[in-house]
Design a protein around this ligand. Structure first.
Ligand code: GLN
Length: 197
């Protein structure tokens, strides 16, 4: 497999790089459009989606990435990265935008303020239980028919998806990169390898 990119403008870049390297993958930090040459997929980390959407513009990455993603380029967004991939963002800043790759509506900080961060076991379809670290996480409040729900969490008011996939775009409300569990990254890499075959 060619290198897998990690968007390295802002957020928990190093943790994603480490997780991917632990899975034996060559990783490229993506900061400029040129860095996209030769990468076969991209991870968009957690962090702050308002800042990330601004830096994607100033770095010149927004347009090339938008056409790659629209064309089926494999992407995995965690937390703020999920917000960047969503079709619709609630409680966003006025100038915030997203790639619209996954037909979901996310509410920023949608798990409440006081309990904005929590950890809970998450059952991933066909892959066992993984630790779910939620930090000011986006809540998926609407999901379209084409969205495959791989994991959900009931926060006391009904189950909401927390790991979803639409085609080659994957989104995760929690932070798999902050634990030693490699299940989510592994699933993404398997799909990526499949796409390249
Ligand atoms: N609340 C943050 C945002 O809106 C996301 C938090 C995170 O990535 N841990 O971007």
């Amino acid at each position: 497999m060619r290198a897998v990119g990690v968007l390295a403008l802002q957020g928990d870049v190093r943790e994603h790089v480490t997780t991917l390297e632990n899975l034996g993958v060559t990783v490229r930090r993506v900061r400029t459009p040129g860095d996209l040459n030769g990468v076969s997929g991209l991870v968009i980390p957690g962090g702050e989606s308002t800042t990330m959407s601004r830096l994607l513009m100033t770095s010149g990455l927004r347009e090339p990435l938008q056409s790659l993603i629209t064309g089926g380029f494999p992407v995995l967004g965690t937390c703020a990265g999920l917000i960047m991939l969503a079709r619709e963002v609630l409680d966003g800043r006025a100038d915030q935008w997203s790639f619209g790759a996954i037909d979901v509506t996310v509410r920023r900080n949608g798990y409440g303020r006081q309990i904005a961060s929590f950890e809970t076991p998450i059952d991933v379809l066909g892959s066992g239980t993984v630790p779910g670290v939620f930090i000011r996480a986006p809540r998926i409040v609407r999901w379209g028919e084409e969205v495959v729900v791989l994991a959900s969490h009931d926060h006391g008011d009904g189950a909401h998806p927390v790991l979803v996939r639409q085609g080659s775009a994957w989104g995760c409300s929690f932070h798999p990169e902050l634990t030693s569990d490699v299940t989510v990254h592994g699933l993404f890499l398997d799909a990526l390898a499949e796409a390249l075959r």
